[in-house]
Design a binder for this molecule. Structure first.
Ligand SMILES: [Zn+2]
Length: 223
């Protein structure tokens, strides 16, 4: 493949629900269309670790996408213009950070980055993140240094957006922690994201990497 396949995320214009987890997503939800399986929320589509970069800075956008294994375009239907319009892109946080670094000379870009970082961190409840990180470390004592913080921040961002889920109680049980760890391993320790970016069906991609995920889990668990 010479060119990255373009994954598309749509901002819905009416009430919607995820056809996989059943979660009611409300109006203006971000969804991915998955053929006959219907609409998926970003968590079920495995895109919820990506960060949103709004349109407006073509150089930054191009670099951020280039630096991300996995990225998606975000589109919204414009009733006035009768077509989908690009709102921005979802890219990897690290990809965006290095793109920002490449734009270092551009003071404005730096200011925008700081603004985004503050907004993002503002959503996180630090105590909650710490507690989650501790649970990860308890259950997976051999996970590499600091992985538990990355996993915890992501899990907490995810639950913070889900008020209706009795989130806090649910988040600390062993299965929830294990799922967060599995998602992290898939993104970081396997070619899963490259497969998704290459247009693989998510289930086939998961099957493809499941042995690798299991062996990493085993290693991290051994005490
Ligand atoms: Zn879902």
């Amino acid at each position: 493949m010479t060119e990255k396949q373009e994954l598309k995320v749509f901002i819905a214009t009416r009430e919607s629900a995820c056809d996989e987890c059943g979660e009611k997503l409300g109006r203006n939800a971000w969804i991915m269309l998955a053929g006959e399986r219907g609409a998926l929320c970003l968590a079920c589509a495995d895109l919820d670790h990506l960060v949103f970069l709004p349109s407006g800075d073509p150089a930054l956008t191009r670099r951020a996408r280039k630096n991300s294994k996995l990225s998606a375009v975000v589109l919204k239907w414009s009733r006035a213009r009768n077509r989908y319009e690009r709102q921005g892109v979802l890219v990897e946080e690290a990809g965006l950070a290095s793109a920002e670094a490449q734009c270092l000379a551009d003071g404005e870009a730096r200011a925008r980055w700081r603004g985004r970082e503050e907004a993002r961190r503002g959503e996180l409840d630090r105590k909650y993140v710490e507690r989650f990180a501790q649970r990860v470390r308890e259950l997976f004592p051999r996970c590499p240094g600091d992985a538990e913080h990355t996993i915890a921040e992501h899990a907490c961002l995810k639950y913070s957006g889900r008020v209706g889920r009795s989130a806090a109680a649910k988040a600390f049980d062993e299965e929830a922690v294990r799922l967060a760890v599995v998602a992290h391993i898939r993104h970081v320790e396997t070619p899963y994201d490259e497969l998704l970016a290459g247009g693989w069906d998510r289930r086939e991609a998961r099957r493809q990497v499941e042995d690798r995920v299991r062996s990493v889990l085993d290693t991290w668990q051994r005490s």
